[in-house]
Every structure is written in C-alpha cells, then in structure tokens.
Design a protein around this ligand. Structure first.
Ligand code: ATP
Length: 684
C-alpha cells in the first residue's frame, strides 16, 4: 500500500508541500512575465499610437485584455496553491475497481492539484465525482456517478487528516465511522467571527443535498443548527464547479434576511476558492421591483410593531395576507378585472369608425401580454387599421386620439388604485391601511408587487441562473409566488418553520411545496451547533421529537433569577467578565426588542468592546454582540445570554418564537437572566 504508515504519510506531506512550493514559484515567474509583457505592450502602443488605425487599436486592446485576464487567472491560481500549501488535503480514500490490481489513493482537498510536468493528480477537489465517496461510504463496496455512468469498486482505506499551517496535527484511520470523531473535534471548538467551510466533515445526507444536480427546486427544512446555511453555500460552490462553463458566481443570487447575516456568511465561498455571490435582502428586492415608487415599512419594523404593540387588527391584516386563500383571491381578482374592467366601444377617428368587435379582437390577440402592457400594442394596431381604411398617413392629432382612447377603455391604470380596488371587491376595505406618511405596511408590499408582475410584467432578473433563499419560513405564499414568476431558474430554498420571527406569516416546507409542486423537499433532523444540554433546553420551548442532537456535552443552561434590574445588569456584567477569561471567542446577548438591546448596550458600553447590532448594521462583529433575536437569526455564538426572560417580556406567540431563536444561537453555553417571574414558556 502507498503511504501506509504515519511516518510515510508525514514524508508524503512534505513531498506534496515541495511540489506545491515549486508550482507557486512557476506561477510567480509566469505572473512576472505577464506583467512585464503587459508593460512592454502598453509602452509600445503608447509610442506608436499616432501610426495606428482603429483596427490596430482594437486589436491592441484585445490583446491587452487577454494578457490581463491570463495574469488574473494566474494570480487566482497562486492563491489556491498557497492555500493548499497550508492544508493540502483533509481526506483520503483508497479505491479499487474490479479491473484494477491495486487500490489507488485519492487525496481530497479544498482544491485540486495537478502537477503539470508529471501530468499527475496529487489532490482531488472535494467536488469531483470520485471524491463524493469520501462522504458517502465507509470501507467496503462503494460507487460514484460520473456524467458518463456509474463506477463501482471498493474502498480499502479511509483516512482523515488535520493539517494546519502545513503541519499534520492528527491523522485518523477509520474502520468504523471516523467522521464522528473529527466532527466532534470541529464542533467543540470555539467559533471564529464568521461562518466556516465544513468540507472536511460534510455528512452523508448533507452531501446528497450539496451534490443534487437534477431537482429544479430544492426545499431544505432543517432543525436549528442542522447546517442548512452551510450546506446551501457548499451547494453553490459545488454547482459553480460542476457547471463552471455555464455558471459563474455573478449568475447566482442569495436572498438573505439582513446585511449582518450576509457578512457573516461571506467568507465561506472565498474559502472554497469561489468568488463572492451577489446577495440582496427581500426589502432591497421589493424596493427595486416597485422602482422605489412606494415607500414601505420593513419586515423588521413589522416584527418590532408586533412585539411592542400587537394590535388585533394589525395581526388580522398580516395573517390574512399570509394565507393561500389571499393569493388565490388575488388571482381571482386578476381574472375579475380582465373580465369586467374593460368597456370597449367603437372608436371614431375622423371619418373612420373602428367597430367594437375589431378592438375587442385586438385585445384578445394580446391576451398573453401583461394587461397594462397591451394598450400601446392595441393602439398601434388600431392606427394601422385606420391608416389602411383611409389609405393615408395619420395626423399627430389622430394618433393622439387613438393613443388616449384605447387606455380609457380600461377602468384603472394605477397599480395602487387597482390594489385598493381589490379590497373593495373582497368586501374588506378595512384590510388595507395606507398612511402616506408611514408608507405601505410590509404585508402589502409583495401583494402589490405580485399585481405589478401580473399586470405589467418584470423581466429584470432573467439573468439569474440559481436562486438561494435562506430563512424561508419568514416569507409568505405571495412572496413565493413573486419569486417563482421572477426567477425562472433553479432554486434552493431553506429554513426552519420553528424559527419564524413572525408566526402570523410563517411558511412551512408544505406551504412552499404548494407554490413549487416540482420541489424536492429534504428534511434534516441532526443538529450540530449546540451541546446536548442546550438543545434539550430549547426543546422545552418547541418540542420536536424527531430532532437528533449530536452527542456533545457542556454545562447545563442557567436560569438566573435576579432581585432587581440593577442586579440583573450586574449579573450580566459578571457573565461578561467570566466570558473574557473563558477562552471563548463570541458572546451574543440576545434581547427580544431593539429597545431592550439599546438600553442594555448603554448599561454595558463602558466595559468596552460591546457591539450593538441593529437593522442598520452591515457587518458582523467579533467578540461581544448585543442584538435582538430577529437579527441574530442565522448567526451563532460560543455563549449566549438571554436577558429579561420574565413572564412580562415573553408572553405572546411571537415572543416565544424569539426566545426559541435566541436560545438556539448558543453553541457551548447559555444563560437566561430575569427578574420577577420566569416566562411561562419555560415550565420547570
Ligand atoms: N457536517 C458538518 N461538519 C461540521 N460542522 C457542521 C456540519 N454541519 C453543520 N455544522 C456546523 O453547525 C453549525 C450550524 O450550521 P448552520 O448555521 O449552517 O445551520 P442552520 O441549519 O442554518 O442553523 P439555523 O437554522 O439554526 O440558523 C455551524 O457551526 C456549522 O459549521
């Protein structure tokens, strides 16, 4: 066997590092050559500019661009090689097909490394087909799929390595399931400031999601900490690799809940050697789709309003607009306006009378065109009709008459008027509240966009080739209907219905399936983030008998009763001091409302290094963070403190959701502090 023993492996690692160093040197030389050629070329052009014609200039430009492009590619390659030098590979399988005499080792890393001189693959990218067996199989029979068919054989050896800064820290041989051991070590570590890649320990069910190439829509419903976001990002990296000839990072789009989250996850793709993927929030998308014509309340403001003053009529409006019933009513209304808002009459233009039937027939011709876009088309056809009838060109005035008369045959043209009419048609005008000073309620934003999409058509996102939607539970059927019409591409949609920040407008995987009947729904029950003690504690808030926590232990969550607010703040100060000497890196103090978070921030700011995250924040901060459960969604911390966990603060369904989200952010340690009586959501 090749490299059977640990000393042999160590020697082999040195050998690979040398090869990598050599490869880096070659790239360096090449880069130097490119830049000197480029300089030379530019100098030449500069000097000979006057004698060059346009064609020469274009050719020169092209050649400069080509050179710059090759130079950039070389720099990117160098970056990858350098990274491999730090940690060339994390796994190995020895695989033998029936017609091979000996099993050959397949070393697996974050990138591939092929020695061009020897024409030999030393390291396989984790995304190549053969590497999938590392995640899918233990020792024994195994197979992998390639575009040209399935390859079967057997795995005779499987190893995992932890190589850091070029040094082999440990190496594990597996006869049973080594993944667990390495996984445990990874999970027990304290978190860095941002989300990490998990290539070395991707689990089998996760791998299936990451490598799924066939389903047009994947919906991932996974319990808190099941790795949904991680998997989705690895899936993007996989698709970028698998379809590298047709999909680039700029062709993907991530819809993320907020900028802090976007920043938090922004490291993963670059770590995997891919470029940054464009990202936008739902509100940004909404503003764009409404062309900034109508100011509106944000989702964060909607949830804050629910937390601070949950008015029954407000809740009713939200609930209704989050239902399937609402979407089908909107669709019926669209039919209704199509059938009843037209009053088509004959049209006189000079001496010509255009009969009603002709105009009707023209409108029918364009029934596939969005309704509000038909008028200019019909107007043009009628002009042609009149021109043919008169046998002469039309005057400006005649053209104008037609251009004005045709749209007038439809009752309303303003989107907002139509939307308002919808509620009249429903017989529920009170369900639409519009205060021009405060803008639209958030619950009205996507219904209005939906109307616009159906009535005017929008094609500005046709370039997107894969859409990733995180925190799917917080979007309503109308929002999905908009996404489905706007993004005709493949989609990966993920979330957890237990972690909604607004139970009145939550969507489950089943809801989403109704919008995307072709979706493949995957459910993940294994939870990786928190210790068993923390997961068990969070289960008291939202029991889920199917959850499978990983067997990892830590201190039991603490419920700290305090005699007064002053004492509570003092207790939190003490917890902060303990944290600073604990060796942990991140601490999240997660409140229910922004007001509480701001208040606590004022109390603790003097300690220094305490960051307040608000809806306006754009970057994730290392160390101690004070924020709300809503904004902490998707993030994780070594330690979490949930202040004010009393029955006065956590009493409604929305409050309970917030508490669940807050507690499930903790990886290793969780403390809840309160004064008075503990929230009833945590019965003893
Ligand atoms: N296979 C794995 N190997 C190592 N770590 C993993 C693995 N799967 C998940 N994790 C870790 O578990 C934690 C939770 O992952 P992630 O944030 O992707 O989960 P999530 O399902 O999106 O969580 P939530 O819905 O609660 O926000 C992260 O620290 C992630 O690195």
């Amino acid at each position: 066997m090749i490299n059977a023993t640990e000393p042999e492996e160590r020697a082999y690692l040195e050998e690979i590092k040398e090869k990598l160093a050599l490869a880096i040197k070659r790239v360096d030389d090449a880069v130097r050559q490119y830049s000197s050629d480029l300089r030379e070329k530019k100098r030449y052009i500069h000097e000979h500019q006057s004698g060059m014609d346009e064609a020469d200039m274009v050719a020169a430009d092209q050649s400069i661009n080509r050179m710059a492009f090759t130079g950039e590619a070389a720099v990117a390659r160098k970056r990858k090689l350098f990274k491999l030098g730090q940690s060339p590979y994390f796994g190995r399988i020895d695989f033998r097909t029936p017609n091979q005499e000996q099993a050959l080792p397949v070393y697996i890393g974050v990138h591939s490394f092929v020695d061009e001189l020897q024409r030999q693959s030393f390291i396989y990218d984790w995304r190549v087909p053969i590497a999938s067996m590392f995640y899918d199989f233990e020792l024994g029979e195994a197979f992998y799929s390639t575009p040209s068919g399935t390859v079967s054989g057997s795995i005779t050896l499987k190893r995992q390595y932890k190589i850091r800064d070029g040094r082999l820290e440990f190496m594990l041989e597996n006869d049973v399931n080594i993944h667990d051991d390495v996984l445990q070590r990874e999970l027990a570590k304290s978190s860095d400031d941002k989300m990490k890649n998990i290539v070395a320990t991707i689990q089998r069910d996760q791998n299936a999601v990451i490598r799924n190439e066939t389903d047009p829509v994947m919906v991932i419903q996974g319990v808190a900490g099941s790795g949904k976001t991680s998997i989705a990002l690895h899936r993007m990296a996989f698709l970028l690799y698998r379809f590298r000839d047709t999909i680039a990072a700029k062709d993907l789009l991530i819809i993320s809940p907020n900028k802090v989250f976007a920043d938090y996850i922004s490291n993963v793709l670059p770590e995997l050697g891919e470029e940054h993927i464009p990202e936008m929030g739902m509100e940004e998308l909404a503003a764009d789709l409404l062309e900034n014509r109508y100011p509106f309340q944000s989702f964060f403001e909607q949830v804050s309003a629910l937390l601070e003053s949950p008015h029954p009529a407000f809740i009713e409006r939200i609930q209704f607009k989050s239902s399937f019933e609402f979407l089908s009513q909107l669709n019926q209304f669209l039919l209704h306006i199509e059938n009843t808002y037209f009053t088509i009459t004959e049209l006189r233009v000079g001496k010509v009378v255009v009969p009603r039937q002709v105009i009707e027939q023209k409108f029918r011709t364009y029934h596939r065109v969005p309704l509000l876009k038909r008028f200019p088309l019909v107007s043009q056809d009628i002009r042609d009709y009149v021109r043919n009838a008169t046998g002469r060109k039309l005057s400006g005035q005649e053209k104008g008459t037609i251009g004005e008369a045709i749209p007038r045959m439809f009752r309303l043209h303003q989107l907002m008027d139509l939307y308002r009419d919808f509620y009249r048609w429903l017989g529920q005008p009170a369900l639409f509240r519009f205060d021009p000073n405060r803008g639209l309620e958030y619950a009205d934003v996507f219904p209005l966009i939906y109307l616009r999409l159906r009535l005017e058509g929008i094609s500005s996102y046709d370039h997107v080739k894969h859409l990733l939607v995180d925190e799917m539970q917080d979007y309503t059927p109308v929002q999905y209907a908009v996404l489905s019409r706007l993004f005709r591409c493949r989609k990966t949609i993920l979330g957890d219905v237990s972690q909604t920040v607004n139970p009145y407008s939550a969507s489950s995987a089943e809801t989403i399936e109704r919008v995307f009947p072709q979706a493949e729904v995957v459910r993940l029950f294994r939870s990786y983030r928190s210790t068993l003690e923390i997961t068990a504690f969070a289960q008291r808030l939202r029991p889920n008998p199917d959850i499978l926590p990983l067997e990892r232990h830590g201190p039991a969550p603490v419920l700290a009763h305090c005699a007064s607010l002053g004492e509570e703040v003092a207790a939190i100060r003490q917890l902060l001091a303990d944290f600073k000497s604990s060796g942990n890196h991140s601490l999240g103090i997660i409140c229910k409302t922004l007001r509480q978070a701001e208040q606590l921030h004022r109390e603790l700011a003097a300690l220094g290094g305490v960051h307040l995250l608000t809806a306006e924040s754009t970057t994730f901060k290392e160390g101690v963070v004070i924020t709300t459960a809503h904004l902490a969604k998707g993030l994780e911390f070594d330690e979490v403190i949930v202040p004010f966990a009393s029955d006065r603060v956590y009493k409604t369904e929305v409050d309970k959701s917030m508490l669940y989200v807050a507690c499930t952010r903790a990886m290793h340690r969780l403390t809840l502090t309160y004064t008075g009586v503990l929230t009833a959501f945590l019965p003893a």
